[in-house]
Design a protein around this ligand. Structure first.
Ligand code: AP5
Length: 222
C-alpha cells in the first residue's frame, strides 16, 4: 500500500502512522522526522532547512520535492509506505503525481484526520519528543514509562523548537492556507478518507484500521 496522511499539526499523524507501521508493517516516511534528524546531524540539508522548521514555516517546495524523490526511491520503501508530512502544498501534490507516474507507483488512499484548533494546541503544548529516534509522547495521554526518558532508545525527551506558541500559530495558519487546498486535488481522484481524529489514541486508530481493512479488501476508495 502507498498512503498519504494529511492533517494539521498536532492532529496525530506521527502517532497514528507509527501504529500503522507496527500493525501493517508499512514503513512510515515522515518528512518532519527525517529533516529533524538531518538538522541534529548537522548535514548540509539539515543546515539549510533549520531556519524554516524552527519557526514553523514550510521548507521551500524545490528542496522538498528533490528530498522526497530521494526518499521514496530507497529500497526500504520499495513495497510501500505511509507518507506523513508530504505533500503540503498544491505544487508538491502535483509534483508527487508526476513522481508516482515516473516510478510507476500507485497511490491507494489519502487519509485526512480532523481535529479542532483548541485540541491541536493542547496536544502540542504537552508533547515531548525524542530527538534521537523521533518517538513522540504526550505528558498526559501517552506518557513515557520513565519520566522524560524515551521508551524506545533511552534518550532524554525535549520539547520541539517549533512547539512554541508562536510557531504553533504559524503552522496551523500554513496548514489552513496552503495544505487544505490539496484536499480538493485528491477528492477529484476519489482517494480521500475523512477520519475523526478526536478521541483516545485507540479510538482514532480503530477508525483508521477500519478504513485500511476496507482498502485492503477492495483495493479502492470508499
Ligand atoms: P512535522 O514533523 O510533520 O510537523 P507537523 O505537520 O507540524 O505535525 P506534528 O508532528 O506537529 O503533529 P502530528 O500530527 O504528527 O502529531 P503527533 O502524532 O505528534 O513537520 C515539521 C516541519 O517540517 C514543518 O513545520 C515544516 O517546517 C517542515 N516540513 C515537513 N514536511 C514538509 C513539506 N512537505 N513541505 C514543507 N515543509 C515541510 O501528536 C501530537 C501530540 O498529541 C503528541 O503529544 C501525541 O502524543 C498527542 N496525541 C496524538 N493523538 C492523540 C489523541 N487521540 N488524544 C490525545 N493526544 C494525542
Amino acid at each position: 500500500m502507498r498512503l498519504i496522511f494529511i492533517a494539521p499539526p498536532g492532529a496525530g499523524k506521527g502517532t497514528q502512522s507509527a501504529l500503522i507501521t507496527e500493525n501493517y508493517h508499512l514503513p512510515q516516511l515522515s518528512t518532519g522526522n527525517i529533516l529533524r534528524a538531518e538538522i541534529k546531524a548537522g548535514t548540509p540539508l539539515g543546515n539549510s532547512v533549520a531556519q524554516y522548521i524552527n519557526v514553523g514555516e514550510f521548507v521551500p517546495d524545490e528542496i522538498m520535492i528533490q528530498f522526497l524523490e530521494d526518499q521514496i526511491t530507497k529500497e526500504k520503501y520499495a513495497n510501500g509506505f505511509i507518507l506523513d508530512g508530504f505533500p503540503r502544498t498544491l505544487y508538491q501534490a502535483i509534483s508527487l503525481d508526476r513522481l508516482f507516474l515516473k516510478y510507476n507507483f500507485k497511490l491507494d488512499a489519502v487519509l485526512i484526520l480532523y481535529v479542532q484548533k483548541s485540541e491541536l494546541i493542547a496536544r502540542l503544548a504537552a508533547r515531548r519528543t525524542c530527538l534521537n529516534c523521533g518517538a513522540s509522547y504526550h505528558l498526559e495521554y501517552k506518557p513515557p514509562k520513565v519520566f522524560n526518558i524515551c521508551d524506545v532508545c533511552g534518550s532524554t525527551l525535549t520539547q520541539r523548537k517549533d512547539d512554541s506558541e508562536e510557531s504553533i500559530k504559524t503552522r496551523i495558519r500554513n496548514y489552513n492556507n496552503l495544505t487544505m487546498p490539496i484536499i480538493e486535488h485528491y477528492d477529484s481522484m476519489n482517494l480521500i478518507h475523512r477520519i475523526d481524529g478526536v478521541g483516545t489514541l485507540d479510538q482514532v486508530y480503530g477508525r483508521i484500521d477500519k478504513v485500511l481493512k476496507y482498502i485492503d479488501r477492495n483495493g479502492l476508495s470508499q
